[in-house]
Design a protein around this ligand. Structure first.
Ligand SMILES: Cc1ncc(C[n+]2csc(CCOP(=O)(O)OP(=O)(O)O)c2C)c(N)n1
Ligand SMILES: [Mg+2]
Length: 278
């Protein structure tokens, strides 16, 4: 990855993290853990990879993103705001009455959200449907989707695995946010995910495993996937739940957390220092 792009993406990730932390603090609590673990991916998709236009969020030939772990809405909204889909000021309305930004992604409420999610497993099915429609219409567009490792315990996920593998849906690019944690504990303690890589391969997917916080690895995996025709793509991302919201990184229960306004500013200061930013 060239250094100019790397710096641009790192800056975007920092801006998105600051916005996500403040946004959750404006409501007082929210899904910080699974929001922060996908920030590098969101930065990469919206600031480098995806064909989207904030001035025309519904343009037909766009690439789509279905965040099937829809509780990560706060990070997605922060990304969309920073990309220019709507003003930053809306982030302060997160989850409040009448908001355009409900805690879970809603395609009827928010410009730039391609599918409603929150009931784990369902968004992933929709992503396959959207990718299939793009193919049937002869479009060049891709569908990106993000699922969680806890979400991967949903049986519906494996209906998608089977169908997409059988159909060779190669415009479907899935990312598994393997942060090792679900709502109330570690995946390994609840339903250990035996051989995640082999499992997806066995369904006929093109599978890679990377560090989900490393932009160079994200770029190389996406570029490799684009060259691999005839199979849907699964990029397993090893991540840290709450990454970048430093007080949450070492917290056992970091799925949904309370954040005060002062706590948000202290956390942003700590992140700024850790990243060596002025
Ligand atoms: C069908 C369904 N069951 C339960 C929930 C409640 N729930 C919300 S988030 C979550 C844990 C998800 O864990 P994971 O997919 O690993 O998400 P992440 O760690 O990325 O936050 C659960 C059980 C839900 N949203 N949908
Ligand atoms: Mg998880």
């Amino acid at each position: 990855m060239n250094s100019e792009l790397l710096q641009r993406l790192k800056d975007a990730a920092f801006e998105i993290r600051c916005r996500t932390i403040r946004e959750i603090a404006s409501f007082g609590s929210g899904h910080i853990g699974g929001s922060m673990s996908i920030v590098e991916l969101l930065s990469y998709l919206y600031f480098h990879e995806m064909n989207v236009d904030p001035a025309d969020p519904k343009k037909e030939d766009r690439d789509r993103l279905v965040v099937s772990k829809g509780h990560s809405g706060p990070a997605v909204y922060a990304t969309l705001a920073y990309r220019g889909f709507f003003p930053d000021s809306l982030l302060e309305t997160l989850n409040q009455g009448g908001t355009m930004l409900p805690s879970h992604c809603d395609m009827l409420k928010t410009p730039g959200i391609d599918f409603t999610a929150g009931s784990l497993g369902q968004g992933f099915s929709a992503a396959l449907g959207i990718a299939t429609a793009q193919r049937l219409k002869g479009m060049d567009a891709r569908t990106f989707t993000i699922i969680g490792d806890g979400e991967s315990q949903e049986g519906q996920v494996y209906e998608v695995a089977e169908a997409a593998g059988a159909w060779g849906t190669d415009n479907l690019f899935a990312f598994l946010d393997k942060n090792g944690k679900q709502l109330d504990g570690c995946v390994e303690d609840i339903i250990p995910a035996f051989d995640t890589f082999g499992r997806w391969e066995s369904f006929g997917w093109d599978v890679q495993e990377i560090d989900g916080h490393d932009f160079a690895q994200i770029e190389s995996a996406v570029e490799k996937a684009k060259q691999h025709h005839g199979k849907p793509h699964m990029i397993i991302m090893n991540t840290i739940k709450s990454y970048g919201y430093i007080p949450g990184e070492t917290e056992k229960n970091n799925h949904s957390m309370s954040i005060s306004k002062e706590g948000a500013e202290a956390a942003i200061k700590a992140l700024r220092e850790r990243e060596g930013r002025a």
